[in-house]
Each structure stands twice: as C-alpha cells, then as structure tokens.
Design a protein around this ligand. Structure first.
Ligand code: GAR
Length: 197
C-alpha cells in the first residue's frame, strides 16, 4: 500500500503562529497530508522561533502583489495542494483564489458574520465582542473567496462568556477552541475525515 501523504499544505501566518504550530504538529507523520512549511508576511513574528524550534520550513514574504505572485509560483512548483491561513491578517489576492478554489482555508476568532471584515483581527475582535456585551463568542473556519471573511462556513464552535470576562479572557476561551478544532477541520477538508462533533 502507498503510504505517502497525498496532500501538501502551506501555512500562512502573521504573528505568534500558535495555530500554525498546532497544525504542523498535528500533521507530523500523517499519511493523508504533510505541511510544506509556513510563510509569514512580517519580518519579526513569533512564528519564526516556533518553526525553528520544531524544524519546520519557514520563509518571509512581502504581502505586495509581486510577493504574493512569487509565493504562488513557489507553491505550484513545490506541489502545494492547499493553503491554510493560520492567523494571517492580509487579504488573499483573487489569483490565489482562482488557482486554489475551495482549497484556501481561514480561521477567524469570532462567530462570523459577526465581527468580521477588514481591520477585524486578533484582539480587535475580542475587544469588539467585549464592548458589545456578547454572551458568547467562538471560532469560524471557512473557505476563502474573493470577499474577505465571507467564504462558505465549514465549521463553527461556540464558547459562553461571563460578564467578568475581559478581552483577554475572551481570547483565551476562543484560542482553546482554535487549538481543539482547527487541525481536525483542515484534515476534513483535505482528506474527507469526519468533521469534529
Ligand atoms: C488567531 O486567534 C486567529 O484566529 C486570528 O489571529 C490569531 C492568530 O494567533 N486570525 C484572525 O483574526 C484572522 N482575521 P496565532 O498567530 O497565535 O495563531
């Protein structure tokens, strides 16, 4: 039996890279998919040290039209089949969406369509959720289309918020959901394993 992984995932990150790390660790020795590595658009970001520590391929790229085009070229040369946005905070160009239709997956730290759109990322989301006095928040995992944060939803999970939860407490609750579910949902998309309950 051929046990070579059939899918190759490229991860994109912009900051700490805790979600990217969860993903590459999940797919170590996985027969369905392997991780190509992680590309980050910022010169200084926690993700580089995480990738070095785990001996994962990592590169910096410019999030300019030329930078995106060059990275896309690299992905095609290297046989990347799916792109996973793991805390990536820039819009994805249409050329990428056309090249990888339904194969670019994003995680967003709120229950979309609430608290999505340009400028809504990371702590900005949790601060807005707190300011609105929401009783719950959660995660949304969706495929990426040309419209930012509006691609078809694959999976959502909720967490209950207490009135005493500040934005940082909300972040922690949401991150727990991210670490619990993201890799499983990506596995589902790339190889048809069941979605988490
Ligand atoms: C994560 O919470 C992710 O959902 C969010 O950024 C954080 C990155 O943390 N993504 C967005 O806000 C996308 N709009 P990480 O770098 O530690 O994974």
């Amino acid at each position: 039996m051929d046990t070579k992984p059939v899918k190759t995932l490229a991860l994109l990150a912009s900051g700490e890279g805790t979600n990217a790390q969860t993903l590459w660790r999940y797919f170590i020795n996985n027969s369905r998919a392997k991780v190509w590595g992680v590309a980050c658009n910022r010169s200084k970001a926690g993700v580089y040290a995480r990738a070095e520590g785990d001996k994962v391929h990592h590169i910096q790229f410019a999030s300019s039209p030329e930078g995106f085009a060059q990275l896309l070229h690299t992905f095609l040369q290297d046989g990347v089949t799916h792109v996973v946005l793991a805390g990536f905070l820039k819009a994805i160009p249409a050329e990428w969406v056309n090249t990888y239709p339904g194969k670019i997956i994003n995680i967003h730290p709120s229950l979309l369509p609430k608290y999505g759109g340009m400028g809504m990322y990371g702590m900005h989301v949790h601060q807005a959720v707190k300011a609105a006095g929401e009783k719950e928040s959660g995660i949304t995992i969706h495929t990426v289309t040309a419209v930012y944060d509006e691609g078809p939803i694959l999976f959502q999970a909720k967490t209950t918020l207490a009135p005493t939860d500040d934005a940082d407490a909300i972040r922690q609750k949401v991150q727990e959901l991210e670490y619990r579910y993201f890799a499983q949902v990506v596995d589902h998309v790339v190889s048809g394993t069941p979605l988490p309950e």
